[in-house]
Design a protein around this ligand. Structure first.
Ligand SMILES: Cc1cc2nc3c(=O)[nH]c(=O)nc-3n(C[C@H](O)[C@H](O)[C@H](O)COP(=O)(O)OP(=O)(O)OC[C@H]3O[C@@H](n4cnc5c(N)ncnc54)[C@H](O)[C@@H]3O)c2cc1C
Length: 349
């Protein structure tokens, strides 16, 4: 493998039912930064699907300079084999230096298969990506390679943070969790170069037949889209007592979320869990109420703009990441806060 042949930062632009997934736009935002640090001009989005060319302009508005489109009926719904074949073929043809994939259900299936077929490494579930020297500390025993993709992710159950590089193979591949990277502000009217590529699809016994797609009807709020989250932990005490958090969320027009302890206790569904094994959120305002601030929880919310913690233990680690902290019993503080907010809003109207 001649590493010099591999150039440019590519992202897999996931779409489902001809709608771009938010992660595709988030990856474009990060790809722009990486491309700048590599003195690369272009960010390329790889768009796979059937009848998907209408999505190109949106990718351009969010930072794609070029979109490679593989448009084929075989790619209508996600299936492992044709998608793997398509993305592998794009890599073999266009030789990206870096390829980012969303750590979604689709990306987690697709990414490792593709990396295996093109014989490179993949770092899963990254929380930070940057360009730098590897090894991080110069060592006489090892040649320092410059401008490598440094991929950081929690390891050993979130107890440590590992930075991983792939200096000897290309592309350098990473999956990134939704909600971690930031989209750029869309550039209205931006256009991308469009390259149509079709590797040809031959049905074989690895092509699964989709008989029926049954969509889960979710009645649960999308906590990743919420601007205000009122998050409760084990300290809330019971499923019933979440009523005081519901009231606060309602007063603020926010959404209730929770820690894993709450999900494990059966008080709230998993879709509302924030953290390493839950969702990564970045609201404008995050209340952490009766949440101790374990590293696995903090990993999912520390990028919130403002964090307010309410906890009876003044030494709780959540106060280390909070912008504002209130030490005391949540059963007294939360209803009092809700009442003041309601009164303040009423006097304004
Ligand atoms: C591999 C792995 C992945 C994990 N992933 C996640 C994840 O995605 N998300 C996550 O949240 N956790 C995750 N965890 C679990 C995590 O380590 C913690 O156990 C969990 O976050 C604790 O939840 P908690 O803060 O609600 O409960 P606790 O740690 O029990 O904290 C409860 C807090 O409430 C306070 N409190 C109690 N009563 C009151 C009161 N009346 N008024 C005010 N404060 C009060 C207490 O002082 C305490 O600080 C993971 C763990 C592992 C090993």
């Amino acid at each position: 493998m001649s590493l010099e042949e591999y150039k440019g930062v590519f992202i897999f632009a996931q779409q489902v039912d001809n709608e771009l997934s938010s992660i595709a736009l988030e990856l474009l935002g990060k790809a722009k930064d990486l491309a700048n640090d590599l003195d690369e001009k272009k960010v390329t989005a790889v768009l796979l699907g059937s009848d998907v060319k209408g999505l190109v302009d949106k990718l351009a508005e969010y930072g794609a300079d070029r979109v490679i489109v593989v448009d084929d009926p075989a790619l209508k719904d996600y299936r492992t084999e044709p998608y793997t074949h398509a993305l592998t073929s794009v890599i073999n043809e266009y030789k990206p230096e870096i390829l980012l994939v969303g750590a979604t259900a689709i990306g987690r299936d697709l990414g490792p298969r593709v990396s295996s077929r093109v014989h490179t490494g993949l770092t899963a579930d990254c929380t930070s990506l940057e360009i730098g020297d590897f090894p991080l500390e110069p060592s006489p025993a090892r040649e320092t390679k410059h401008k490598q993709l440094l991929m950081t992710r929690p390891a050993f159950g979130g107890n440590t943070i590992a930075t991983i590089a792939c200096p000897d193979f290309r592309p350098q591949m990473a999956t990134v969790r939704p909600g971690v990277m930031q989209k750029i502000d869309p550039i209205k009217g931006a256009k991308a170069e469009v390259v149509e590529f079709n590797p040809g699809f031959e049905e074989n016994n690895c092509y699964t037949e989709i008989v029926k797609i049954v969509k889960e009807a979710s009645s649960v709020a999308d906590i990743q889209a919420a601007k205000i989250l009122v998050s409760g932990g084990r300290g809330v005490g019971s499923a019933e007592n979440f009523k005081i958090l519901d009231d606060l969320a309602e007063a603020l027009n926010g959404t209730v979320s929770c820690s894993r302890a709450v999900v494990d206790s059966g008080w709230k569904p998993k879709d509302l869990q924030v953290g390493q094994t839950g969702k990564t959120v970045r609201p404008q305002l995050y209340f952490a109420i009766g949440i101790s601030g374990a590293i696995q929880h903090v990993a999912g919310m520390e990028e919130s703009d403002i964090i307010i913690a309410i906890n009876k233990d003044e030494n709780a680690p959540i106060f280390d990441v909070a912008d504002y902290g209130v030490v005391g019993d949540l059963n007294k503080i939360v209803p009092a806060l809700t009442k003041s907010i309601k009164e303040a809003l009423a006097s304004k109207n």
